[in-house]
Write a protein that binds this ligand. Sequence first.
Ligand SMILES: *[C@@H]1O[C@H](CO)[C@@H](O)[C@H](O)[C@H]1NC(C)=O
Ligand SMILES: *[C@@H]1O[C@H](CO)[C@@H](O)[C@H](O)[C@H]1NC(C)=O
Ligand SMILES: *[C@@H]1O[C@H](CO)[C@@H](O)[C@H](O)[C@H]1NC(C)=O
Ligand SMILES: *[C@@H]1O[C@H](CO)[C@@H](O)[C@H](O)[C@H]1NC(C)=O
Ligand SMILES: *[C@@H]1O[C@H](CO)[C@@H](O)[C@H](O)[C@H]1NC(C)=O
Ligand SMILES: *[C@@H]1O[C@H](CO)[C@@H](O)[C@H](O)[C@H]1NC(C)=O
Ligand SMILES: *[C@@H]1O[C@H](CO)[C@@H](O)[C@H](O)[C@H]1NC(C)=O
Length: 567
Amino acid sequence: MFSIRKIAIAFALGTCVLADVFNPDPSIFPDWSKTKRFTPVEQTQMDRMGGYDVSPNKKHVVYTHSQWDLSQNKYKRGLRLVNLEDSSSVDLTAFEFGNSDSNPVWINDDIIAFTAVRGSPSTNIFAISVSSKAVTQVTNYTNGISSISYSTAAKKFAFISDVYQGMDMEQSSTERKRRKGLPYHGVVYDQLRIRFWDTWNTDDKSRLFTMPADIVNGVLTKTGDPVNVLEKFSPQYFGLIPDSYDFSPDGKNIVFSSNIPSREQQWKSVGGIYVVPTDGSVAPVRVNNGMDGDASSPVYSPDNKYIAWLQVFNPDNDNDIRKIILYDISNDTHRKVANSFMDSPTSLQFSADCTSLYAEVALQKDVTVLKINLSNDSMTRLTGDGYLTNWSEISNEQILVVLNSFQFPDTMFLVPADGSKKKTQVTHDNDSNLKDLWFSPTESYWFTGALNQSVQALVTYPYGFDSSKKFPVALIIHGGPHSSWYDAWSYRWNINMFANQGYIPVIINFHGGDAYTQPFSNSILMNWGTYPYEDIMKGFDYFLENAEFADKSTTVALGASYGPCAT
Ligand SMILES: *[C@@H]1O[C@H](CO)[C@@H](O)[C@H](O)[C@H]1NC(C)=O
Ligand SMILES: *[C@@H]1O[C@H](CO)[C@@H](O)[C@H](O)[C@H]1NC(C)=O
Ligand SMILES: *[C@@H]1O[C@H](CO)[C@@H](O)[C@H](O)[C@H]1NC(C)=O
Ligand SMILES: *[C@@H]1O[C@H](CO)[C@@H](O)[C@H](O)[C@H]1NC(C)=O
Ligand SMILES: *[C@@H]1O[C@H](CO)[C@@H](O)[C@H](O)[C@H]1NC(C)=O
Ligand SMILES: *[C@@H]1O[C@H](CO)[C@@H](O)[C@H](O)[C@H]1NC(C)=O
Ligand SMILES: *[C@@H]1O[C@H](CO)[C@@H](O)[C@H](O)[C@H]1NC(C)=O
């Protein structure tokens, strides 16, 4: 059975014709004489949004932004402040070359900490007052730090820094310099893994530190030395690298996730969820004992009663379904939230009133956030089309989301929590320049692919589209294979870049993808290359047979990583 999404109703020559992906409604196309092409030059000139943080009183958002300068061949960066009430924005720190201002974190409603170099020996913590704009330096370490966060209850920062076993941060930077100066650089490995993707597994490891800091006479001041909270782990856990962490609301503990090192780590993935006191006085304690598989995204509930995280129950398959675990701290018990849900969330946050969990999840062509009612596991989807980068609860009724799509880069919106998906745009960084360029709407069709199952394909229309003409077709194939092509902005594979060069981009979300329930993802285990190939061939034939405007004699296939191997 074919099911084709009906996009609109068009009237032509007095007869009623149902518009669909193969008969697009003419009103979706602009007056081409007044519309410009979106070219690689414009793409490099986008003002790119980075990490952000919402002020404690929920009135402002601060975010990192950057822009490539073609003449100087380097990035400008800075921090920008947005007022959530009227969407007005100002540059908080200068938007300049050489500035590496990033990772902004509110300390109170006036002072924002951030990481930067700004003439210091490495990446350090700085602070800016929103009212006076005065910038102060908080730390001056030679060993770089990253991923900062601050707990008002603990009056402590947490951050990541790479150190050697048994050494503190300063000793480690001296040791790193010493090793660099040696005439030889050989490394002896007596255990896998020696490399993860493109990063060598070296002797210095990312460790989680806390560091006391407080507002003293109006200035954010370091009030103690950093403590490596992983120091008390037994030596066998030295290779354990924290990948995500969260302070407990009372400031006493930190929960973090990490892959557990072992001889089998190269082919078996087991993640630990660990709790450690912020003063590092005792070794971290694992709270997901007996759960064999990857574990990620641990978060404390604001009432300090629960920890939630995502858990895979299969060490042999990192891409198996991630279940939401709700851990009751008082009696060391767990429950699976929304256990019948067959898609895999990628990250979690609690609502401030602790009655709900927000879960980011890929659903077909979109990535969205679901609000899950913890008393009966019912779910409300908060965003519609597009790819959700991150979100923050502003109130019980309103959520701030960072969204992008084939049509626009990361942009902040407010959406209601009621599921109506009505967006109110908050940031406007590229609006004026984007409005005269061609960004095709995202269309899709479904066809019967491998295993006689429905498979979704995405289509965009070329610049200058005219249904009476024929256009070349670019079949674009995603990597993975356990991933999908989302309706998302990309600086590397921007679909509208192909469309603006006059091609019809066609993308087939073949079997194995992560956004069409777990059985669809697992279906290609032992069948890599077979079902994906069948889907791609059937889906492309289906497009060519049905799209009158496709020039069947001029087609090209493109892809990266697993992509070219799938054809
Ligand atoms: C930071 O440390 C460097 C030496 O590594 C020193 O030259 C500089 O004066 C220090 N800056 C501050 C603000 O303490
Ligand atoms: C654990 O404690 C909670 C209350 O905090 C209770 O609802 C739950 O039933 C307890 N679970 C077990 C297995 O005792
Ligand atoms: C969550 O579900 C419970 C039980 O059905 C209900 O009483 C409550 O009002 C729901 N909460 C929200 C925010 O809808
Ligand atoms: C959960 O509670 C909400 C709010 O009371 C209700 O609308 C919904 O139907 C309930 N869902 C389930 C699965 O019971
Ligand atoms: C998403 O937002 C939350 C809350 O503001 C923050 O803790 C988290 O670090 C953000 N995640 C990313 C990937 O930026
Ligand atoms: C994006 O916005 C920045 C600053 O607002 C502007 O300089 C740039 O030209 C814009 N680029 C595009 C393609 O809109
Ligand atoms: C494929 O699915 C269709 C409709 O669900 C069904 O009629 C047909 O028998 C199926 N074919 C095979 C080979 O399973």
